[in-house]
Design a protein around this ligand. Sequence first.
Ligand SMILES: NC(=O)c1ccc[n+]([C@@H]2O[C@H](COP(=O)([O-])OP(=O)(O)OC[C@H]3O[C@@H](n4cnc5c(N)ncnc54)[C@H](OP(=O)(O)O)[C@@H]3O)[C@@H](O)[C@H]2O)c1
Length: 309
Amino acid sequence: MKLFLTGASGLVGAAVATAAARRGHEVIGVSGRFTGPLEGLARRLTLDLADEAALTAAALESFPDAIINCAAMSEPAQCDAQPALSEKLNVTLPATLARLAHHLSARFIHISSEQVFDGAQTAPYRVDSPTNPITRYGRQKLASEHAVLTAAPEFSAIVRAPLLMGDSPGAQRSLHERLLADWASGRTVRLYADEFRQPCTGENLAETLVELAERPALRGVFHWAGRELFSRVQLGEAIRAHFKLTDAQAPIVVTHRTDNPAIAASRQACLALDLAPLLGTLKTQPQTLSQQLASLKVPPLVRAWYHSL
Ligand SMILES: NC(=O)c1ccc[n+]([C@@H]2O[C@H](COP(=O)([O-])OP(=O)(O)OC[C@H]3O[C@@H](n4cnc5c(N)ncnc54)[C@H](OP(=O)(O)O)[C@@H]3O)[C@@H](O)[C@H]2O)c1
């Protein structure tokens, strides 16, 4: 299958390129500002995805069997700082890609987020649970779901993803990469003991996305995540233990939502995801935290610090 992959230089997109190539697909990958090497691409295009005309020309010229959209402005704070650009990348771009998929009769895979939920319930959110985003990013992700399902309902699968672990091309994107960077530079790491997430790795999510691209009968909105729910403190401690760091080398300041209610209002307390119906339908299996940790590497940017300890 020929895949047109946007966000090929991101945490998830780079893993999609590798997974798709391993499964025998031809991947045409679009990157933006990242200039480092990327694996798994038969062809690499450098494009500004906010430029709709350039994107349309590139997608039509590629004539793919499937489009996988891993491009986004994926940082909620950055979306607040750049509302117009984030709207373009998080809502207009997936809408355009869905229209192109419809035009090309191509499969379309898009990534949404757990942040379409408010995090106020402790029971796992189901795919049909009421949404109620509390951040601009979450509202954009929800709007992207509606736009995609309107433009290409018969071709699209949308996956709401959780907090992500894994190794990213720039080594600065995922949970462990950020924590290690903070510890290496002496920044204070404050983690909530009462915020719960169900992380998975970008690699495991990528396998799911490629398998979905291969399974056109699976349409609509789905959830994917890891097998287990952890507090942010537990995740930080597990990452610290995995890299054999001591409390002194990698300090964690434990914080609680009640410490600053104003900040807590824009953060979800608990984002547990029910993985039905994908769980049991896909060959890809969700991972335990131990499986996720086993795949993590020391990011190149902190190697000097890490090996000096
Ligand atoms: N990371 C998470 O914890 C998380 C959690 C849930 C859902 N998600 C969602 O999962 C998807 C993938 O996220 P991610 O973590 O892999 O994101 P990421 O690492 O931030 O990567 C974003 C990708 O988008 C590309 N991009 C952004 N603006 C562009 C532009 N104007 N032109 C061309 N390319 C542009 C980037 O390219 P360059 O870097 O080359 O510019 C990069 O390849 C997103 O939809 C995100 O919202 C992420």
